[in-house]
Write a protein that binds this ligand. Structure first.
Ligand code: ADP
Ligand code: NA
Length: 332
């Protein structure tokens, strides 16, 4: 079996959200602390698949790096870097574009969601994004990819691309990476619409908790979160048709490191008038220290740039030989 190596990434396309924290950053830190080799990437080449203001992108990239470190990613123990600083990603993406099939790309639901009715007017990059993501993962021979549920299909596509490459060239070169989707917060939903995931690119700021929101803003956003008028039941099954309520219970559980069932056991029979302030308190106690540490890192942008530069060198040390070997296998 190949040596375990974890790879994952986050787009610096806006302020990171509670969804990014619970679905990604928190779990990235846990993996690192288990002593597995961990490679984490700010995927700015993905961010530019929709237009980004250049100065804002630079700032958001540093902010995302600060969020990783504030959430417990230690650049001495994990490789933390910015995608565009490591040439292997774009190069391997092209090679894999020639392996991926158009029919596979056409089945990607995230593209359909993001492009909406206007699919002729979006960038070619948005369409090709999942092949770039395959390159991100395969350039490190990563075996495990911790992600939220929204990325499951892309990791499965990565497996298909790796398997087709191995088959077409008669090699056993790319390991097939496993998506790792676990815990009560694999899909944190919007606070305004229980059918949409919480996202940094949602135009409504009230739909999400940003990692940098202050205590008052967090309390206010939870107070205004859409819910029904029923009291909380004693078990999760009874929340099957109450997506907004289920979402808030899952968020509470993930923040407090408890099982959702244990949260309900405590709040059974209570309404949101008492649950929401309790949820806000837990969120503030977890996010307050994170935003504090982010502010400390952001006070020294040159230091962040230095850390990302060092991370890029380490990342290149792994991904450059793998990409060179890929080229060679393909006859170049
Ligand atoms: P966004 O949709 O907020 O722009 P990204 O596409 O950059 O987020 O995703 C970065 C990581 O965060 C991925 O692993 C993704 O699955 C995870 N993630 C994003 N939104 C959520 C969410 N609402 N709940 C759980 N995980 C999420
Ligand atoms: Na996403």
């Amino acid at each position: 079996a190949p040596t375990p190596r974890v790879f994952s990434g986050i787009q610096p396309s806006g302020h990171l959200t509670l969804g990014n924290y619970l679905g990604a950053l928190k779990r990235f830190a846990e993996r690192q602390d288990q002593g597995v080799e961990t490679v984490y990437c700010l995927v700015d080449l993905h961010a530019i698949t929709v237009w980004q203001d250049p100065d804002a992108l630079r700032q958001q990239t540093r902010e995302a790096a600060a969020a990783f470190m504030a959430a417990g990613i230690d650049p001495q123990r994990s490789i933390l870097f910015n995608q565009s600083q490591v040439p292997a990603h774009a190069e391997l993406a092209w090679l894999l574009n020639c392996v991926a099939r158009l029919g596979w790309m056409n089945r990607m639901t995230q593209f359909k969601d993001k492009a909406g009715k206007n699919s002729e007017a979006v960038s070619l990059g948005l369409y090709a994004y999942p092949a770039l993501m395959a390159a991100d993962i395969l350039a490190y021979h990563a075996t495990h990819v911790p992600v939220g549920e929204d990325q499951k299909q892309h990791v499965e596509l990565t497996r298909d691309i790796a398997a087709k490459f191995n088959h077409d060239y008669g090699v056993d070169f790319f390991p097939l990476p496993e998506p790792v989707i676990e815990g009560p917060a694999t899909r944190v939903m919007s606070l305004r619409d229980g059918s949409k995931k919480m996202s940094k690119s949602d135009p409504s700021d009230a739909s999400r908790i940003n990692l940098t929101d202050d205590a008052d803003t967090i309390a206010q956003k939870f107070r205004k979160a859409r819910t029904d008028a029923e009291p909380l039941p004693g078990d999760m099954d009874a929340l099957k048709d109450r997506p907004e309520a289920r979402n808030l219970v899952n968020i509470y559980a993930a923040l407090a490191n408890e099982a959702p069932a244990d949260v309900l056991a405590r709040f059974e029979g209570q309404g949101f008038g008492s649950f929401k302030p309790a949820l806000a308190d837990v969120a503030v106690s977890v996010l307050g220290p994170i935003s504090g540490r982010m502010a400390e890192f952001l006070a020294d942008p040159a230091e962040i740039d230095r850390i990302l530069g060092q991370g890029a060198e380490k990342a290149e040390g792994i991904s450059s030989p793998i990409t060179a070997r890929t080229r060679e296998i393909m006859g170049m």
